[in-house]
Design a binder for this molecule. Structure first.
Ligand code: IMP
Length: 216
């Protein structure tokens, strides 16, 4: 059985059900990190397929003349953002890019619930169709804070795309329109996600071996 929850029935327009990552549990050889990863949760092939599916679904929501502004949440979303923006381009949507940096975790693996802006938006978003691009929704605290923050800035619309979501970890109810994959409540790294600023370059989503946390 897969680590990743099977996709529930497709939802209404503007809300896409999460994808099925398949088994993908063998750690492929290669990379300095190979010995640190316990198992793969979403492999490279499923990541690429799902990013394209999400982009196709989101692209269909807009008209050719809509000005779509992607707001990526650093640092974790940088890899997803790059692939997602290019996939949207392939699906006929031109987009502009912004980044925000928000700190909620420090160096650990549990949410502090404390949100701090490290980098704000560089421009006004009034009248823009904003798409928040998140790496992962865990407790949901960061995202719900960010949506409140953006709500005061008069965007024409706000959509949320999250590559990963941990449904069992949610402590606040937050509306995520597009979810790549629902995953178990475990700490994952790769494809932009880090542990203590490492593993962001891992090309798949994987669970670290517990020994990594206890290393000094
Ligand atoms: P939340 O506020 O608990 O939803 O946490 C959101 C942020 O915490 C994400 O944008 C990540 O930066 C970080 N985070 C949560 N879970 C993980 C994980 O499993 N691996 C790496 N980072 C995580």
């Amino acid at each position: 059985m897969s680590d990743v929850q099977a996709a529930p029935a497709e939802t209404s327009r503007g809300h896409a059900a999460p994808g099925d990552a398949g088994r993908g549990d063998a750690v492929p050889p290669g990379g300095w990190y190979e010995g640190d990863i316990e198992r793969v949760v979403v492999d490279e092939r499923r990541l690429a397929e799902r990013v394209d599916e999400l982009a196709a679904a989101l692209a269909a929501e807009y008209d050719d003349n809509d000005s779509v502004l992607l707001v990526g949440v650093l640092k974790g979303a940088f890899v997803f953002m790059a692939d997602f923006a290019r996939a949207l381009g392939r699906h006929g949507r031109h987009v502009e890019i912004e980044f925000m940096a928000i700190s909620s975790y420090g160096q650990g693996v549990t949410s502090s619930g404390v949100v701090r802006i490290l980098k704000d938006l560089d421009r006004d978003i009034a009248g823009r169709h904003v798409v928040v691009v998140e790496d992962i929704v865990d407790s949901g605290l960061t995202l719900s804070w960010l949506l409140r923050y953006l709500a005061s800035r008069s965007a024409a619309s706000v959509r949320v795309v999250a590559l990963l979501r941990k449904p069992e970890a949610a402590t606040v109810d937050v509306d995520v329109h597009y979810v790549g994959f629902d995953i178990p409540n475990e700490f994952v790294v790769g494809y932009g996600l880090d542990y203590a600023e490492r593993y962001r370059e891992v090309p798949y989503i994987g669970v670290l071996k517990p020994a990594v946390y206890t290393r000094s």
